[in-house]
Design a protein around this ligand. Structure first.
Ligand code: G16
Length: 541
């Protein structure tokens, strides 16, 4: 892109449809795949600029994650494997929406504002999910980075790309920047942890995985041979037949609170679902009555933070641990974490980028969205203290073992972003070490019944929120209406927010019974429909 003429020429091959306006949302750009070619090309350009600016490798992931197969999307990954910094999200939106003949001017503006030295080298890692549109769209990204040395990783999960970007920019300190290197690092840590479990039967080692017919299924199969001794996997919805995310995957299971299609299990079997790009995971099982039980991101955060707190106690380490959640966190989980576990709990806006930043403020920050998107961050200081303790020859066996488990916990976790495969391995290791069944894990606390709904409105931007999305500021009267409805029910809570990945308004409600949660969610949906410009049929109970 030292050559603007080349940009112009290439850009003509990726024209922007007139009038189309898109925003860099919760997780980058997301919409129907057929509207995204120019966005991909332009994000290739932006990633190149970001790389020159940061003097580091930048990632571009082509995926629409939990959305239907017909959609696609793109998100940029910053040098340490984290999400693109927010000031550059604005450039992404500007570049996406600039008219075809003004592209060079916008590009030059960004270069000037950021004082980018265009003679620098750029390096961009590009990855894609299994959607049918992802091949040509990732090629459009590569066209954008073309003259500047983009590296095409092909099919990878989103967290694998985040991981490889971080490895590359830390010169291998975080690990080897290859998918094989990722498998090796995680599986070695898993084996070390699993060694500390008491003997388990094959049944206890067994886990059923719903791959959402996406990239996660392919990657977990690739990894299987590394895990064999300590884990037995059955992979369902592996993409050989069904459609991506259709009646399966983490989002379907969480929102519908039912088993995914295509999975064959017995009562009590431990199961999990990934989403379309394998950055989310939820667990579940059915009981002898056939009832479905979900263990979502809140239960995962509770399990992991309990495990870490116990290890810190045993190790005699005084490190500050916190759990970061969003408004979707079940009220029972927040209550349990604050009152019983006595850990600090923070609430941020939806989107892992917000949780990630909040978690960075603590020695150990466990962050999870209720939808199963999350990970654990260890500060440099915390890692050093754990390392020092592990190397200390004068400590007793209990402290030594705790330090060893903490070290391997750090290695099994993908600290760059939420990662279904890494989270799965950590959860499996914790359950094995604690000798805990999925039912015992589930019994730590009982979720308040809840319901999530979607409402179609003509322009979802009419809804503005505050207080980490727990209250609506506009349209006028909406929050008052929600407050009045909530008062009718016991232990009730409800909020609404515009989605950043789909063209809908999301409604969440919880209450003391499922009937009440369902009724409240429906009534709040009607209020949104009436006050925020609902389109189509009125929401039905
Ligand atoms: C993305 C984000 C998540 C967010 C989810 C839903 O997930 O990465 O942090 O919770 O979208 O966002 P919204 O409610 O704004 O549509 P994914 O798995 O689709 O990338």
């Amino acid at each position: 892109m030292a050559h603007f003429e080349e940009v112009s020429k290439q850009s003509d091959l990726h024209p922007k449809p007139a009038g189309l306006v898109l925003q860099y949302g919760t997780a980058g750009f997301r919409t129907s795949a057929n509207k995204l070619d120019h966005i991909m090309f332009r994000m290739g350009l932006l990633a190149t600029l970001r790389s020159k600016k940061t003097k580091a490798t930048i990632g571009v992931m082509v995926t629409a994650s939990h959305n239907p197969e017909e959609d696609n999307g793109v998100k940029l990954i910053d040098p340490m494997g984290e999400m693109l910094t927010s000031s550059w999200e604005d450039y992404a939106t500007q570049l996406a929406n600039t008219k075809q003949d003004e592209l060079l001017t916008t590009l030059k503006d960004i270069i000037k504002k950021e004082a980018i030295d265009m003679s620098r080298e750029a390096n961009v890692f590009v990855g894609k999910d299994t959607r049918s549109s992802s091949a040509s769209l990732s090629q459009a990204v590569l066209d954008g980075v073309k003259a500047l040395g983009g590296h095409n990783y092909g099919l990878v999960t989103t967290p694998q790309l985040h991981y490889m970007v971080c490895c590359q920019n830390t010169q291998g300190k975080y690990g080897e920047a290859t998918v094989e290197g990722y498998y090796r690092k995680l599986s070695q840590a898993f084996s070390q942890l699993a060694k500390n479990a008491s003997n388990r039967t094959d049944d206890q080692k067994h886990l059923s995985v719903d791959g959402a017919n996406g990239i996660g299924a392919i990657k977990v199969r690739e990894m299987e041979s590394h895990l064999k001794k300590h884990m037995q996997l059955s992979v369902f919805n592996d993409g050989s037949r069904g459609k991506l995310n259709h009646k399966c995957g983490a989002d379907f299971v969480k929102v519908q609170q039912e088993l995914p299609t295509g999975i064959k299990i017995n009562p009590g079997d431990r199961c999990c679902s990934f989403d379309g790009d394998a950055d989310r995971i939820v667990y579940y099982y059915t009981d002898s009555q056939g009832d479905f039980h979900l263990l979502d991101g809140d239960k995962i955060a509770t399990l992991i933070s309990t495990f870490l707190k116990e290890l810190l106690n045993e190790a005699g380490l005084d490190l500050k641990i916190a759990v970061v959640q969003t408004a979707y966190a079940n009220g029972s989980s927040t209550h349990y974490l604050e009152k019983t576990m006595k850990v600090i709990v923070k609430c941020t806006k939806t989107g892992v980028k917000h949780l990630h930043h909040a978690a960075q403020e603590f020695d150990i920050g466990v962050y999870f969205e209720a939808n199963g998107h999350g990970t654990v961050l260890f500060s440099d200081g915390a890692e050093e203290k754990i390392q020092q303790l592990a190397n200390d020859a004068n400590i007793n066996d209990e402290r030594k073992k705790a330090a060893f488990l903490l070290q391997n916990t750090i290695n099994i976790i993908n600290q760059t972003v939420g990662d279904a495969i890494s989270d799965m391995l950590l959860i499996e290791a914790i359950l094995a070490i604690k000798g805990m069944t999925v039912q015992q894990w589930d019994a730590i606390y009982s979720d308040l019944p809840n319901r999530q709904l979607k409402v179609k409105v003509s322009d979802r931007r009419v809804i503005d929120t505050t207080d980490a999305e727990r209250r609506a500021v506009t349209p006028a009267g909406l929050q008052e209406a929600i407050d009045d409805l909530v008062k009718k029910y016991q232990k009730a809570r409800s909020f609404v927010r515009p989605s950043g990945t789909e063209d809908v308004v999301r409604v969440y409600a919880e209450a003391d019974t499922q009937e009440s949660a369902d009724a409240l969610a429906h009534e709040v949906s009607l209020a949104v429909y009436g006050l925020a410009g609902g389109v189509g049929d009125e929401p039905k109970p």
